[in-house]
Design a protein around this ligand. Structure first.
Ligand code: DC
Length: 227
């Protein structure tokens, strides 16, 4: 807890494949803090809309879906991956596909969707602290987060990392397709009018190309007061 009684937030933003997910999870576990995987919320909304037969081009309908979908995170308690429940059903596998990622990136540009997820995200801020992983954690959702970190890596390296992750999960995609998908997603996320992907003016930018995970974790922990 900060001296003024507020709960500390460490914001970790960056593009897909920058290592945010792995690094945020490790740091949250190391500090014993809560973790917000905000990308999973956008993915869950895209999934809820698709399975509910909502046309993703119908912004009002997707906005309503974002406001009403019941999205919950469950820790399996055995050290396994957090499960994501959408309206009571386990959608953890389905939301991780590239198709769902691309749909999430598309619906994330709808202002009503971002507005509907604002409070849901802020409610994750509970003692003793929060590691918030996303695109606009430091710029929009938690502007008072300290420190703010923006992770980057070359598109080729990010595609290689995603390729490995997806292959480990048994999903079939070529490296070339993935690179094209990542570049398209970067463009969409950076060019949208609301909360575009960009480092906060007071963020520390870390290029993780060629950096081992542990080195990135150590660099971020060194930015935290008292660590
Ligand atoms: O981090 P991710 O790949 O799981 O996120 C999926 C999409 O969700 C991403 O392409 C853009 C969107 N997103 C967002 O707009 N804002 C966030 N804070 C997190 C994700």
């Amino acid at each position: 807890m900060h001296a003024d009684g507020s709960v500390p937030v460490l914001a970790i933003d960056g593009p897909s494949g920058s290592g945010k997910g792995t690094i945020s999870r490790l740091i949250a576990a190391r500090l014993g803090w809560h973790l917000l995987d905000s990308g999973a919320l956008y993915r869950a909304v895209a999934y809820a809309a698709s399975t509910g037969g909502v046309d993703l081009a119908d912004h009002d309908a997707v906005g309503r879906c974002a406001a009403h979908a019941r999205i919950a995170f469950r820790d399996p308690g055995d050290g396994g991956e957090t499960r994501v429940l959408v309206d009571g059903a386990d959608a953890s596998g389905e939301i991780r596909t590239e198709t769902c990622g691309a749909a999430a990136s598309a619906i994330a540009a709808i202002p009503a969707v971002r507005a509907a997820l604002l409070d849901k995200q802020r409610r994750f801020r509970r003692p003793p602290g929060l590691v918030a992983d996303g695109r606009d954690m430091g710029t929009v959702i938690f502007p008072d987060a300290r420190p703010k970190v923006f992770l980057t890596a070359s598109a080729t390296e990010r595609a290689r990392r995603r390729y490995k992750q997806l292959k480990d999960k048994g999903l079939v995609i070529t490296l070339d397709d993935l690179l094209r998908e990542i570049e398209a997603r970067d463009r969409r996320d950076a060019e949208r009018a609301v909360a575009p992907l960009k480092p906060a003016s007071d963020a520390t930018v870390i290029d993780t190309t060629g950096m081992p995970v542990e080195a990135v974790v150590a660099k971020i922990l060194a930015l935290l007061p008292g660590h």
